[in-house]
Design a binder for this molecule. Sequence first.
Ligand code: PLP
Length: 391
Amino acid sequence: MITPVMPTYGRWDLAVEKGEGCYLTTTDGRKFLDFTSGIAVTSLGHCHPHVIEAVTKQAGALWHSSNLFRIPGQEKLAQRLVENSFADTVFFNNSGAEACELSLKVARKYQSTVGHPEKYRIIGCNGSFHGRSFATLAAAGAEAYLKGFGPVMDGFDHVAFNNLNEIRAAVTPETAGIIVEPVQGEGGVRAPSADYLQGLRALCDEFGLVLIYDEVQCGMGRSGKLFAHQWAGVEPDIMAVAKALGNGLPIGACLATEKAAVGMTAGSHGSTFGGNPMSVAAGNAVLDVMLAPGFFDKVNDNAKYLWSTLDGLVGQYPKLFDSVRGQGMLLGVKCVVTAGDVVAKARDKGLLVLTAGDNVLRILPPLVAGKAEIDEAVGILTQVASEWPAT
Ligand SMILES: *Cc1c(COP(=O)(O)O)cnc(C)c1O
């Protein structure tokens, strides 16, 4: 018999009840160190006091109005994102998929507005993830997620990630733009080589293409800068963010330059809930914390420590683990043994971590995790490794 909750997830038997900082407790009283952060969402930890205060205050004032009216908190959040990024303008949505979907729409609309309606195709990379809507599934091109859902939406081509020659060769007169995760999350926690993002920028400039970065997972501080591409020193034309933007209140955003958004005029897009007073109150509270002086210094210091302790673990157990990868607090351990088994054994010992594609153990601590929590987590992984059955 089908469960009342549609069974689209292989759920862990762990009923969550309360979160506090880096820890989650379950209805049966178990306590876990949460290095999943709700899949890169609760980056300030669970129940961050500043976010609680902002959202609680907003809840007593106004929940929803619609985008037919001006929403001061939305204007403020847009202004702050613009001030802290390449972008000139922002549209708020409710999820990462929607933010990516709109990014694709803006790219096509740009080309058609500047006189190139024939340019509608978008190049995406193998191993990407952009969400579960028809267009975002087609953009990522992962067959496992597309299977059974009918004809794949037209207009997407795919190339290997981190390969400039291949992506260059895939550009045609019909190409409108490129969508890339600056650090691939779901696909296996893959950071590209240092010159890849610069190469994409140069390619897009050469052919008049729109460069879209999907920073839904690697953005909003996860990489150790507010946006991951800022490490590379080059900027996209459009960017999708979501996950950590509201620390758990559903909010996504599509950021764009004035040039790229030239076709986005009244009536060209909309959302009932997008950027409503509650979600933007959370978003503003998140930025209050992340933009405070010294926040990222601490994150980067701890991220470096996490990398080196994981690297030590890999060196100690080369029969189980291959290497550390990723950037900032978006780290992966490429496993020799099955990553999912490591996740299960760690969970039994009170540590929550994830898998990613390519048999990778994905580690997403809250950005506020310090050396004590990192030691605890890697200690549990070390214990799991030390008890691993000999093969
Ligand atoms: C999670 C994710 C999405 C989809 O976000 P949803 O909020 O689940 O729709 C899109 N792109 C990337 C890179 C993601 O990690």
